[in-house]
Ligand binder design. Sequence first.
Ligand code: SAH
Length: 384
Amino acid sequence: MQKKFKLLATSSSGLESLVARELRNLEIENVSIDDRSRVFFEGDLAEIAKANLWLRTADRVKIVVGEFKARTFEELFENVYDLPWDELIPFGCQFPVSKAKSVKSTLHNEPSIQSITKKAIVKKLQTTYHRPEGVPIPENGAKFSIEIALHKDMATVLIDTTGDSLFKRGYRSEKGEAPLKENMAASIILLTNWLANPSRAFVDPTCGSGTFTIEAAMLALNMAPGMNRPFAFTAWPWFDEEILKQEKALAQKQVRKDLELDIQGFDIDGKMIEIAKHNALAAGLSDVIKYKQMRLQDFRTDKLDGVLVSNPPYGVRLEDEEAVAALYGEMGKTFAPLETWSKYILTSDVAFEKHYGAKATKKRKLYNGTLRTDLYMYFGKRMK
Ligand code: SAH
């Protein structure tokens, strides 16, 4: 097995710099963002385990099997054939080419790119495993999910190490109607100033299934987000289980159990509060986060210098728009007295500031799936 891999961490667009920062904080080598906003890094099996276990803002970690020019199907076939499949895919394993993408390239028929790629790998493995031509190679073992992406005639061939996207941490079994992905929630918390001093109050007054509150607690306590979920790479015959076990044991030791936190979630909907409690319990945080059924309009506090993060309803349907505008107005009135608090509100409503009644200090564009949203940031007044 080759020792070092070139690796790629994928994420929602706009979050790449956060992913790169997380990788650097993990002391992973040669982290770089290329001109197409792709986050590359290097590592061996331990880094594959570590990145999957710890990345909060990314979607997946992929092995870069190779990169080459491909302007014709012959060139594509030859170059795919030449990649080290013999070292990567043991006999009997599944190797679906699950995705083919082409952007601004001579070869643009994605199904053909996909099938040529598959054929080239089959041919290579037939040779490797001395199978006569025409006799298919069995594919019933561990899965190596392969992707090929062409961009301006340059092909990148990848193997996914992650499986289900990393936003699935394993604690959220129920999620309500408009949940935020866990990696988006973690990214937003990283964009606030709360982690600079996480003993300050943290409130999500529209907490739904509790995503912000749970991600905030996990970040502050330095809990690895991937402790309780499976990964594709663990099924691979050449992946030594001990490596992940060791990374998990290390992660366990790094939890900051000593830290006192003040995290609260509210929601008008009692059913959502039950769900949030259930999810916090699954994340091992039922003692850390307090939930209460309450209208955000009733939120009052004497605490200073807190952080409020909210993902209120967006008016997707026309008839909801007025109600949502009124709600934003009430948020503005309710939060205005909290002068020393910093507030971060995520919505797709471009008229948010008007309804809320105050201009944001700063805005940041974020994609919640395909929906364009903005994070409206209101920085609190500095305390003397
Ligand atoms: N971020 C959440 C989803 C929030 S959806 C998650 O990841 O699950 C918006 C939430 O705001 C809903 O759960 C809804 O019940 C709640 N809500 C709507 N009006 C409210 C009000 N006036 N006060 C408090 N919560 C409200």
